[in-house]
Design a protein around this ligand. Structure first.
Ligand SMILES: [Zn+2]
Length: 65
């Protein structure tokens, strides 16, 4: 019984970590990273792209709707 609880807790923790990682992945979409640029892109929904205010790099945004 004790081991079953431990397994359930582990599974729960792993799914939580997976969820967290997925959220981080979508957040990193807006992280510039161009030539070591440590800025975040500013999304422009009407243009369907995101632009970095520091280096001017523009990345197309995936359609969410
Ligand atoms: Zn940049």
């Amino acid at each position: 019984m004790l081991s079953r609880n431990a397994t359930t807790n582990l599974n729960r923790r792993q799914s939580a970590m997976r969820r967290l990682r997925r959220r981080n992945a979508s957040a990193s979409m807006l992280y510039c990273r161009t030539n070591g640029c440590a800025s975040f892109l500013v999304p422009d929904q009407t243009a369907g792209s995101a632009t970095c205010p520091v280096c001017g790099y523009t990345r197309r945004l995936p359609r969410t709707n």
